[in-house]
Design a protein around this ligand. Structure first.
Ligand code: C5P
Length: 203
């Protein structure tokens, strides 16, 4: 079974995807990490993340880079969002993600375009969202030294960039179930996600 989990930054999609993977004993791929790796290697090489050829030339998915804690930073998220608009970058990451999805038994993938582009035939698709203010508050709780207003502005900018790009924009697949986590605890959101997947696979 393939489960696609899409949604904007800090919506809870990563936590939900990990919980679904544990519940169904499936491997999990955080596809945002791949774009973060490309963004960080472009910047480290002194290349321009807004230039398609320079970003595509920096594709590096080795395990050491994917495990680098710097990839989790807000700066890496912003770099990822800049390199991810280039069709050449997206195309270069496509087979890695599709090979992961197609492994025997299936997988859980989370990202922005899993249900629309990477695995359009996924058995279950969730589009996880939350109000921008709630998402900014979650990020602020993780790092209280950061400025709330700056986090909110970054989240809004990233949403706008991810939703308006022409290559695989962030959008809910027509056959995806919407899960708004604004007013849910993590446990309640996970419970709801499992219920939605169960309803899909019973259909
Ligand atoms: O999910 P995460 O915050 O790690 O994603 C970082 C950025 O990578 C996103 O803002 C988005 O621009 C890009 N991304 C994407 N497609 C995916 C996953 C992430 O374009 N499947």
């Amino acid at each position: 079974m393939i489960i696609a989990v899409d949604g904007p930054a800090a919506s809870g999609k990563g936590t939900i995807a990990r919980a679904l993977a544990a519940h169904y004993h499936l491997p999990h791929l955080d596809t945002g990490l791949l774009y973060r790796a490309v963004g960080v290697s472009t910047a480290r090489a002194g290349l321009n993340p807004d230039d398609a050829a320079e970003a595509a030339a920096s594709i590096n998915l080795d395990d050491a880079l994917l495990a680098d804690p710097e990839l989790r930073s807000e700066a890496a998220g912003a770099l990822a969002s800049r390199v991810s608009k280039h069709p050449a970058v997206r195309a270069a990451l496509l087979s890695y993600q599709q090979d992961f999805a197609r492994q025997p038994g299936g997988a859980v993938l989370d990202g922005r375009d899993i249900g629309t582009v990477i695995a359009p035939k996924a058995e279950a698709k969730l589009f996880v969202t939350a109000a921008p203010e709630v998402r900014a508050k979650r990020r602020h709780l993780e790092d209280s030294h950061a400025d709330y207003a700056a986090i909110l502005a970054d989240i809004r900018a990233r949403d706008a960039r991810d939703s308006s790009r022409s290559a695989a924009p962030l959008r809910q697949a027509e056959d995806a179930d919407l899960l708004d986590t604004s007013d849910l605890t993590i446990a309640a959101a996970v419970q709801r996600a499992i219920a939605l997947v169960e309803a899909r696979i019973r259909r």
